[in-house]
Write a protein that binds this ligand. Sequence first.
Ligand code: TMP
Ligand code: ASP
Length: 237
Amino acid sequence: MDTQQMLYEGKGKKLFVTHNPDEVLVEFKDDLTAFNAEKKGSEQGKGALNCEISTAIFELLAQEGIQTHFLKKLDSNHMLCKKVEIIPIEVVVRNVATGSLTKRLGIEDGKVLPFALVEFYYKDDALGDPIINDEHCRILGITQDMSELDFLRAQARKINDVLSAFFIERKLRLIDFKLEFGKDSKGNILLADEISPDSCRFWDKDTNDKLDKDRFRQNLGSVKVAYEEVLKRILQK
Ligand code: TMP
Ligand code: ASP
């Protein structure tokens, strides 16, 4: 792997070129970061868990007609993906108020929202990923085609419907999650990045125990155990 040229290193993953210009190799790292990387840590085996969890979720979404960048899992912490240009928007879907939403708007933590809230954040670490609306996207030149934002919203809602139903059958509440999308060489918009306990909040249906990266963010301990539990439940038939 290390002879290949690295295209990009993010907080949770590395991207490498492959012999095919339309494909990239994605390596899931064991690193954990929070609060725009002010808090850093590592959990051995976390990368492999996220790779396996993301694989299962991308496969599920593909079956439901959602186009994603995922091609195949190669080994414990590597997957082959279509090369995309990431749209610099983090699309967050919230079913239950927690995290930054409760802080920003004073909504009670744990309140079930009357409908799934879709938000856009500008993917820019230097600015701390600020929340933005459609007009900000246009002014920033992220897109001039407003129907693209409508498409992202519709995809996010469909993904939420599929995943919420899938997880509740496994006794997990999908509280909120973050998606990233990218454009392939033909201009198709594909779901990209990862879907894992790094990018989602999962609460146990019966106890509301947190089974996601909040265990790291809030120093709750047992981070890897929680990710293993999410994988175990995903693999349940
Ligand atoms: P927030 O409540 O901190 O805004 O997070 C909303 C959701 O987005 C939550 O599931 C965690 C996820 N998320 C990321 O994946 N990356 C990030 O950088 C942030 C801030 C949140
Ligand atoms: N992924 C972000 C970071 O490192 C924030 C988070 O997920 O809380 O810094």
